[in-house]
Design a protein around this ligand. Sequence first.
Ligand code: AMP
Ligand code: ZN
Ligand code: FE
Ligand code: FE
Length: 295
Amino acid sequence: MHIHSTCSDGSFTPREIVELARAKALKAIAIADHDTVEGVAEAVAVGEERGIEVVPAVELSIKNEPEKDFVELHLLGYFIDHQDEELNDILDRIVQARIEQKIRQIKVLQDDGIDVSVEEVFSLVRRVPGRPHIAEVVMRRNPGRFASKEELFAEYLTVGGKAYSKRSFSLTLAEAIQVIVKAGGVPVLAHPGAYDKVKDIETMIRRAQEIGLQGLEIAYTYNKNRPHYGMAPTEMQALMARLEALADKLGLVKTGGSDFHGEGKDIELGEMGMNCVEFQELKAKSSFPATIDRS
Ligand code: AMP
Ligand code: ZN
Ligand code: FE
Ligand code: FE
């Protein structure tokens, strides 16, 4: 229910993801690429052939508002109308700003004597460029310069790094929630246990709920992602249990997803997800007519 394809920084095409989901006997999946719905139509079409329900979704990167404790948040939108014009116009603007930002970042790396070209980075990009695309080329072209991608991120790409650069356009959480709701979708906070720069998670979530947040991602591959990489299973269970209790207390819908990106991360498709009851509860919150008709 939280999958990235080649349309953002995943390594499998939407078609390949649906084929893989079929091989794993999954009933439903959601393509939730960073800031694009480009892969949804292909996945829905293949899903119809293969008998797998493909939920149109997106994962929006949100503008920081430190005074509200909204820092480096990701918002999932589920059961959206991926053809909604306003949604697509806004996503186009976000992607354009990302392209400009990545070019600036590549130039800083070049000025520092690192071998990396705009052309080669963008040859890896189908729709949305991300820092992992830059990292892939830098690691390939400059063997020995960085011990690991982590080191490259720490020195250059992470917030505060030498090649870090802000985007000229991004949505605030309130705007992003509104865009998702207007497109018929359900706004859900992605991986709430992974925000190490947020000071008070519960207060932040309450604030987000006041402006329309409807759900929390509970089941998530925390142990395979930053900042909890390698987290012990018992600790991870405890984290998810705390978030589940919070969702229940606040009356937020609960989702789950693997954040599958394909090769390069040791996450399996379907490693985390949700059961049929939770799935129907989520679907019932959508106001996209096509979704309601099908349910
Ligand atoms: P972007 O979409 O360009 O902001 O890049 C975000 C992606 O970069 C995330 O989804 C991660 O996959 C990756 N990323 C961010 N920070 C790090 C880090 N410190 N180490 C490795 N990968 C990272
Ligand atoms: Zn990603
Ligand atoms: Fe995310
Ligand atoms: Fe993700």
